[in-house]
Every structure is written in structure tokens, then in C-alpha cells.
Design a binder for this molecule. Structure first.
Ligand code: ADP
Ligand code: MG
Length: 235
């Protein structure tokens, strides 16, 4: 579904990612793991088209070269990024963000029906009834922001979801909720690239790639997780 071919990412002449090639297969749950500062968030942002990085190599999504496409075009094709630190956007309510994003991808909706659907899902995620009319992430705690990202994922149903540390800042119950929801979306066919330290979101990722200092140093199956949990990244 997604192929990264010899990707090098630089910012102001500093090389952050060097010559990474990676394939994420349709329907897979693919983990990207690695120590702090290894370039995980940079890679995630670059896949989505963050304009401040210079990208060499090719990003191929469902056979199409998207390396030079703007982020909104990538989103329309079915890519979604949940950032490690989702920013607040004052003046934009959560409902309008979701409605406009949804309509840009799928076409016009009935606003009342859409509102009801969003409210139902938000309630299931433990977000208050006032959530929809609040500004995006404004005054939300770290954990609430992650739930809001999950809400977007559930409503927008992208083909490929890139989640940058969706488990960070969550308490035990919220982590369980996140895992259950991600497993459900995965069973429905969504493809995932999940950046995580703790590897507690899914019992069975299909693939695990380890990144260090901007390079993929290892790739394999779920077996890698047990070793990491025992010995960390410096084995
Ligand atoms: P990770 O997500 O794996 O912890 P990051 O991708 O956030 O790592 O960062 C990798 C390295 O790139 C870090 O040394 C970080 O300081 C640097 N970096 C990331 N973005 C920028 C930027 N916009 N300007 C300068 N350096 C950056
Ligand atoms: Mg990061």
C-alpha cells in the first residue's frame, strides 16, 4: 500500500533520515519503533507532506508517486496522520473540522445526521457532550487530545493511518480503549503505521521496523517485541 524508496530527509542541511526504504502492506499493522530522537516523527510528518523538510527518494501510495503532493491531496487519497503533539487550533470547532475534512474526502453530508454520528462516537470514547463545539485541542489534556485523534480516525476512515505515539499520555483504561478501537479498525481492513515505544497497543503487529539514528536497522515479525521489552533498543 505504501512504499518508501530510498528516502532521505534533511532540514537546513542537517540529515535526519538517511536512505530509508520501507513497505507497508495493505491491511497490515506495522510498528515503527526506536529510541528518542531517531527520526520517527520526522518520517511520519514527511510521509504526510510536511513542507519544512526536504525529501529525496520516492513515496509511493497505492502505486502513485505522492512525493510532491500537498498534504490535503494526500489526505484525499486516504492518508491520515495523528501527530505526536496534536496542536490546538483556536476558532475551529471539532465538529467543523470533522465535517469539512469528511466532506473534502467523501462529498456532502447531511449535517444533522453527521453531528449525531460524531456525538455517538465521541460519547463512546468518553468525550463530553460539549466536545463537538469546543475548539480543536484547545484546553484539552494530553490524553483527551489522543482520544480526539482517535475520534477523527473513526469518523474519517482513512486507508492508511499513521499514528505517532497514540498511547503517550494515556492512563491504563484509556490505553485499553485505544487498543480495542485500533484492533477493531484493523479488523475492518484499515492499514496502520504505528509509532510506539511501549508496544502495548496491539498484541500482534504484522511487522516491526526498528529505526536508529535515521536508519532502519532491523525489520521482522512480532518476535522482535519480546526481545525489545526485555533488553531495550541497545541490545
Ligand atoms: P523521534 O520522533 O524519533 O523522537 P524526531 O523525528 O522528532 O525523533 O527527531 C529526530 C531528530 O531530528 C532530532 O535530533 C530532532 O531534533 C531533529 N529535528 C526534527 N525536526 C527538526 C526541525 N524541524 N529542525 C531541526 N531539527 C529537527
Ligand atoms: Mg517523535
Amino acid at each position: 500500500m505504501l512504499k518508501l524508496q530510498n528516502i532521505t530527509i534533511t532540514k537546513d542541511d542537517k540529515t535526519i533520515i538517511s536512505d530509508i526504504s520501507l513497505e507497508i502492506k495493505n491491511g497490515n499493522m506495522h510498528y515503527l519503533m526506536g529510541p528518542n530522537g531517531s527520526g520517527k516523527s520526522t518520517l511520519a510528518l514527511a510521509i504526510m507532506g510536511y513542507p519544512e523538510y526536504e525529501v529525496e527518494g520516492e513515496i509511493i501510495f497505492e502505486g502513485q508517486d505522492i512525493t510532491r503532493l500537498s498534504p490535503d491531496k494526500r489526505a484525499k487519497l486516504g492518508l491520515f496522520l495523528s501527530m505526536q503533539y496534536p496542536p490546538a487550533i483556536k476558532g475551529v470547532t471539532i465538529l467543523s473540522l470533522l465535517k469539512n475534512s469528511y466532506q473534502a474526502i467523501y462529498g456532502k453530508v447531511n449535517v444533522l445526521e453527521f453531528r449525531k454520528k460524531v456525538l455517538d462516537e465521541a460519547t463512546k470514547l468518553g468525550l463530553g457532550a460539549d466536545t463537538l463545539s469546543r475548539y480543536v485541542n484547545d484546553g484539552f489534556s494530553g490524553g483527551e487530545r489522543k482520544r480526539l485523534e482517535l475520534l477523527q480516525l473513526i469518523i474519517l476512515k482513512p486507508k492508511l493511518a499513521i499514528l505517532d505515539e497514540p498511547d503517550s499520555g494515556l492512563d491504563i483504561d484509556a490505553t485499553k480503549l485505544m487498543s480495542t478501537e485500533l484492533e477493531k479498525l484493523s479488523k475492518e481492513g484499515m492499514t496502520f503505521l504505528i509509532i510506539t515505544h511501549l508496544a502495548q497497543l496491539s498484541s500482534k503487529p504484522d511487522r516491526v521496523s526498528i529505526i536508529k539514528n535515521g536508519k532502519i536497522v532491523e525489520e521482522g515479525g512480532v518476535k522482535i517485541l519480546a526481545r525489545l521489552q526485555e533488553r531495550g533498543f541497545n541490545n
